[in-house]
Design a protein around this ligand. Structure first.
Ligand code: ADP
Length: 352
């Protein structure tokens, strides 16, 4: 019903173009939407084929809210996960940097799944891939497609893949991908979510077969919910586990060092690492935040007013601060859950 016949443009006027593709008069579009569409036009002033027929406000939403021009995460910001970093570099970064070499039998898969407990760095890896491969990063949470964009998810998915194909190389990161591609079909499944899933798989199929420089990364804490079709398209599946003891120490040091607060001895850090077994990267961040409040709380307890407090008078963060913080910040992942990830990794993971 949305079909709009293609009309040849005389060129040069993106504003007119938008009025045809969107089926709306130019006047109906506000300046920011026009600017956004103008930026997506080719040198001939025409909007690329894939974006015609799409609603301008959805294109604008993708460009302004989902697209992140500067994800600003590098490999060096991510603690541990050396093996995953190495594999990702070979499997996805090199092919994005050198498409001329990675073709034919070297052609890469276009779908990568990162699975594991929450807060272990999956999103960071997605951003770092985009940063290292000099690609545009698109982030969307699949659950927002079904909750926030009720009835419009399909259109948004088309706009997402359409804009990504104009911004190649591109990395599309779909968080909680299980909520989009889960195997829980059946009676309960709404017609709209089935259509959304189909649209998503069609879009993936589209760039998988072509020469497009688009990588889709799905992230999930519930890999067991993914169905066979999803697994087939996400050809590489990397387990992103909880941080090792060394990685936990790295996170502590990195965060405290930024503010010149790291003064812990080797014995202290050994103790903290032992006590934080089972903590995720994100738990560690919360722990460090809480511990770093220790010296401040103590100074205030001694009656010093916050406005009069001098930074140089505050004591460094100690083991005691961490012990107190450990009472407040508990690990968010249970041992039980870890077993499920490891099982799934053995069965479907790329590096089991
Ligand atoms: P996920 O996507 O796996 O749920 P995120 O990548 O969003 O987790 O991580 C959440 C936060 O936790 C990050 O912003 C970072 O501060 C911290 N974090 C998690 N894992 C790591 C890690 N391996 N190295 C450094 N920081 C981490």
């Amino acid at each position: 019903g949305n079909f709009v016949p293609p009309i040849r443009s005389n060129g040069g006027n993106a504003g007119n173009m938008t009025s045809r593709v969107a089926g709306k008069g130019d006047d109906a579009l506000d300046d920011s939407t026009k600017r956004c569409l103008d930026m997506l036009c080719g040198p001939d002033g025409e909007l690329p084929e894939k974006l015609r027929n799409l609603e301008p406000r959805l294109i604008e939403h993708v460009s302004n809210e989902i697209m992140d021009r500067d994800p600003n995460v590098r490999w060096d910001d991510i603690a541990g996960l050396e093996h995953a970093k190495k594999c990702v570099t070979e499997m996805v970064i090199w092919p994005l940097l050198r498409p001329d070499i990675f073709k034919g039998c070297r052609s890469p898969g276009r779908g990568l799944l990162l699975f594991g407990p929450p807060g272990t760095g999956k999103t960071m890896i997605g951003k770092a891939i985009a940063g290292e491969a000099k690609a545009t990063f698109f982030y969307i949470s699949a659950s927002s497609l079904t909750s926030k964009w009720i009835g419009e998810g399909e259109k948004l998915v088309r706009a997402l893949f359409g804009v990504a194909s104009c911004r190649q190389p591109a990395v599309i990161f779909v968080d909680e991908i299980d909520s989009l591609l889960s195997q829980r079909k059946s009676d309960g499944e709404h017609e709209s979510s089935r259509r959304l899933k189909t649209q998503f798989l069609i879009e993936m199929e589209g760039f998988d077969s072509g020469s497009e420089q688009i990588l889709l990364i799905g992230a999930t804490n519930r890999p067991q919910e993914l169905d066979e079709a999803a697994r087939r398209r996400l050809t590489k599946r990397l387990y992103i586990p909880l941080p090792s003891s060394d990685a936990r120490l790295w996170i502590i040091r990195n965060l405290l060092d930024k503010d010149g607060l790291f003064k812990l001895s080797k014995e202290d850090t050994d103790t903290i690492c032992k006590l934080t077994e089972g903590y995720s990267g994100s738990d560690m961040k919360n722990l460090v935040k809480d511990a770093s409040m220790g010296p401040l709380r103590e100074a205030l307890k001694q009656g010093i007013e916050i406005t009069k407090l001098k930074k140089e008078d505050m004591r460094p963060v100690t083991l005691r601060d961490f012990e107190d913080a450990l009472q407040e910040v508990r690990p968010s992942v249970s041992l039980n859950e870890l077993g499920t990830y490891e099982e799934w990794n053995k069965q479907f993971g790329s590096l089991s």
